[in-house]
Design a protein around this ligand. Sequence first.
Ligand code: NAD
Length: 491
Amino acid sequence: MADRRITVAKGDGIGPEITEACIKVLDAAGAPLAYDYISVGKEAYLSGHSSGITKEAWAAMAKNGVFLKGPITTPQGGGYKSLNVTIRKSMGLFANVRPVKSLAPFIETTFPDMDIVVIRENEEDLYAGIEHQQTQEVVQCLKLVSRPGCEKIVRYAFEYARAYGRKKVTCMSKDNIMKQTDGMFHAIFDKMSKEYPDIESDHYIIDIGSARIANNPEQFDIIVTLNLYGDIISDITAEIAGSVGLGGSANVGTEFSMFEAIHGSAPDIAGKNIANPSGLIHGACMMLVHLNMPEYAEKILSALYCTIEDGVHTGDMRSDHTRELVGTAEFAQAIIDRLGREPKKLNVTKPTSHKITIDVDTHKDVPKALVGVDMFLDWKEGDRDADKLGKMLEALEAENLVLKMITNRGVKVYPDGRDETFHTDHWRCRFVAKEMLEPEAKGKAYLEDICTYRSIITLCDELEKCGLNFIKLENLYYFQGKRCYSQAQGE
Ligand code: NAD
């Protein structure tokens, strides 16, 4: 059989050391792979590619479809976009799979039975990277969550559970606060879970869920969550299992996949031959399973676990079981020396390859009704008196649009604001079609526009005439007769 070509980038910091160690292990295990090396990250950033990747590197990656990547340093400061995020999003890598299993007693952990897979949405959420400064005092970051994005990742989590014989999928979100974005994620999870009666399902608000992970991770099996929460909790799960240097990660899409360690480029220990290559080796084993070569993954994992059982450890794994503290290259050699052996205590779950196919539902159009607009103003006149602003806006004429309320950082300040509320220079002024203020409008399911886009343009004109500086607007919609914008705190 001809070798399967994959693309490899050694990355930055400890990247070259751990990647070389990992490739040596893959080769010694006889994995039928051939490598096309590309250079991404710091070198590309410094040569003027703000995304950290050249055109040629994109082409090489796309050709092979599978990418093994060492960690990358994202230079601090503006002008540089995270290469990891760019690759995940550009290549449609919607699922980030991060399994963490305790290797107790050989690696110290309070949780010897921990065996969690974090499945993290990988393309959306705050990682859209859309940020703006809008006023002198206020900046914003857009949290974008899409229905197909939620459906793909939740479906993937349940299909993964079935394929790999897992028993339970736990959803984590913050939908008590973010009712539209996290609310959609949770609602899709609840709906889809009914299609998998063989898999147990439950939900935690992310804050108490994270606390439970820290205190009792053994209660969890698979966790599916949004991008940012998943990033954070998967570092926590790796760390409490023993070391962040152990965790591997698969970034999976329909056409393309990328495998890596969960940790970063660890500049503090780079070039010292002390980094643990196990995270990238775990990532490479996930790649072998993905490439339908599970026998090589099993061989490597067995040798890795024998090495750990024998007490041959890198510095981050040091414990009472450590007999020999070794560097990165020596650790790789120790794994190679044990290829063909079975661990005595640690259990290597027999890796099996499964193709998980995800179909995204195509949704039919639903009725969408425009009912008003949230107009955001930069306003710092006088003593920032909300009543003064309210009176000014109430006097404006823009067809049937009328002011309903004003909020400052989400809390209602007009009408009937509280004196104690702090006012920044960033005001959200909600204008709605007049009929929405009538008592009979309560509970009405709008299916058609009740104001016009022209009225919003007229409103902008009126604001401009008053010298009011509008910085952004957000239209207010009902979808399928359901109000789809948030209420203000205190409304
Ligand atoms: P980091 O994960 O690089 O390091 C955190 C801590 O863990 C450090 O003390 C480090 O020494 C230790 N550590 C990490 N990997 C280890 C290993 N294999 N063996 C032993 N110890 C290890 O996180 P950071 O310092 O916050 O980030 C450094 C750089 O990495 C940043 O530029 C960041 O943007 C980047 N980063 C890249 C990725 C990626 O490429 N997927 C992920 C996270 C961070």
